[in-house]
Design a protein around this ligand. Structure first.
Ligand code: SF4
Length: 500
């Protein structure tokens, strides 16, 4: 599926691919056709794409799935989820209906097809990942089903050739008209106009339990309205089975050193979606990002950076990883190198200039790409850490203040920190505990953000100036800062804008 010009496999290695695996080495390339907006993903894609597309498409789909998971953690209803997801689909994975007249149908559907299969590879490895992937993909499929027009959805369902889904003939509809009408809550006459299907009753236990079907001779008579839930549950159970097959095929991918690192990175990403942060576009308009103003700006910091800042002020010192995590964050909010050096020098106020210059100055300059190898300097130093990196790498040891408090603190210490940040609402603290118990640390952080900014979020929504970026779940400490700063300064300063 990848173009050969991007092949990074050692040519000698490529030549010794096991003959039994030859079908992997010589795939038959062909472009798939996508007559429908919905897809059951029965055929893996075989046309060529570049490795950049491979990675980017998967990352885009991951953002969509992660946001769907976030909606489910927040108990959003189906309608709320659909409304919340609209700008996110638009940004990452727009998929138009046939009737839209869009010229990009093939392009959109190809991306949808490929990204689904790439993530299958990334998430097939463990039962937990398979389950989460199936759940998120099913949510996505259901939303798409709901937003499809009845005629396009029916065409898609007919194309599936579901042998267990039998259309109820007209004479049977007439025979059971009374029973069907009472199930549908309709008048008798309308039963004959609607489509009805019959399936083995054990395929639709939820509909049976909710008494939404008419049962006769082991068959459940399902109205067209409930057809979507049958198709969705078929999608889900097929995907579950296919993921298990994929899991068995995974070891054969090990020999491809282009894909394995990407797939590993993607699966790690499902813990918390990763995001890179562009430090050159970081300072919110109108913000005074100077050493002298950091204490004031720290009211907009997420718990991880707030804790680092408090520890630094208390101890006039931070250990190595704490300095690194915090310096990168400060760089990301737009603090320039000179100001950053001033900040650290002032903060380490119990040591001499000489000691500071010898032991700390170089590291700060290195982070900014002011010193170090060519690569570091050309790349402008390091990028600020995302939540995923902070959550999964270098857990803090005794006396260290880096890491994510939602993951690395006891609930007691976390509560004290959150109270210090202004969170005293018992419901919010209980919600944080529940998020943490489910290992959804970044969701706990988003919950706190929403609580601390609830008035501003409401105002921005009421005024219709909430952007799609502002609606996405926060997965980066610098995004937390920026969003907090912008929301808290709305209307206070003419320079502060809700930017896209
Ligand atoms: Fe910081 Fe992210 Fe943890 Fe929030 S979830 S405290 S932003 S690392």
């Amino acid at each position: 599926m990848l173009r050969q010009d991007y092949n990074r496999i050692d040519p000698k290695r490529r030549n010794v691919i096991d003959h039994r695996k030859k079908h992997f080495a010589t795939p038959q390339y062909k472009d798939a056709q996508y007559p429908h907006r919905l897809n059951f993903y029965t055929q893996p894609p075989t046309a060529e794409i570049t490795i950049e597309q491979f990675e980017q498409w998967a990352i885009d789909r991951l953002r969509v799935l992660a946001e769907l998971e976030a909606c489910s953690f927040r108990n959003r209803s189906q309608q709320e989820t659909a409304a919340h997801m609209e700008p996110i689909f638009e940004k990452y994975m727009r998929i138009d209906a046939n009737s839209s007249g869009s010229t990009k149908l093939h392009e959109q559907r190809q991306k949808d097809h490929y990204s689904h299969f790439i993530l299958r590879l990334a998430f097939a490895s463990t039962a937990d990942l398979r389950q989460r992937f199936t759940r998120a993909e099913t949510m996505l499929f259901r939303l798409r089903c709901d937003s499809d027009s009845a005629s396009e959805r029916n065409e898609f369902v007919s194309s599936l050739d579901l042998e267990w889904l039998e259309k109820v003939p007209d004479e049977e509809k007439t025979k059971y008209a009374l029973e069907l009408a009472s199930i549908a809550g309709n008048k008798k006459g309308s039963v004959e106009e609607d489509s009805w299907f019959k399936v083995d009753w054990d395929r639709v236990p939820d509909l049976v339990q909710q008494r939404r079907v008419f049962l006769k001779a082991g068959k459940a008579y399902v109205s067209a309205r409930d057809q979507v839930s049958m198709v969705v549950s078929e999608f889900s159970s097929r995907l579950e089975k296919q993921l298990e097959l994929t899991a068995r095929a995974l070891p054969r991918l090990d020999e491809d050193d282009r894909l394995t690192p990407i797939l590993n990175h993607l699966s790690k990403n499902f813990i918390t979606p990763d995001s890179t942060y562009l430090s050159n576009s970081s300072a919110p308009d109108g913000a005074q990002i100077t050493a002298a103003n950091i204490d004031n700006l720290s009211q907009h910091f997420p718990a991880c950076m707030s804790h680092l800042h408090r520890s630094l002020r208390r101890d006039a010192h931070l250990k190595h990883y704490g300095r690194l995590q915090y310096t990168l964050f400060l760089k990301g909010i737009g603090l320039n190198l000179e100001e950053c050096l001033t900040f650290w020098r002032g903060a380490f106020n119990t040591i001499t200039d000489d000691k500071f210059n010898k032991e700390y100055r170089y590291n700060v300059r290195h982070v900014y790409g002011d010193v170090g190898g060519d690569m570091n300097r050309r790349g402008g130093g390091y990028s600020p850490y995302s939540c995923q990196k902070i959550l999964t790498e270098h857990p803090p040891g005794p006396g260290e203040a880096h890491g994510c408090p939602y993951r690395h603190f006891t609930m007691e210490n976390l509560t004290l920190l959150l109270q210090g940040m202004g969170v005293s609402d018992k419901g919010v603290l209980q919600g944080v505990k529940e998020d943490n118990d489910r290992t959804k640390y970044h969701m706990a952080c988003n919950r706190v953000f929403e609580h601390l900014h609830k008035n501003e979020i409401k105002k921005a929504k009421d005024e219709g100036i909430m952007t799609s970026n502002q609606l996405e779940t926060i997965v980066h400490p610098n995004e937390y800062f920026k969003r907090s700063y912008v929301l808290k300064n709305l209307g206070r300063d003419k320079d502060v804008k809700m930017e896209e």
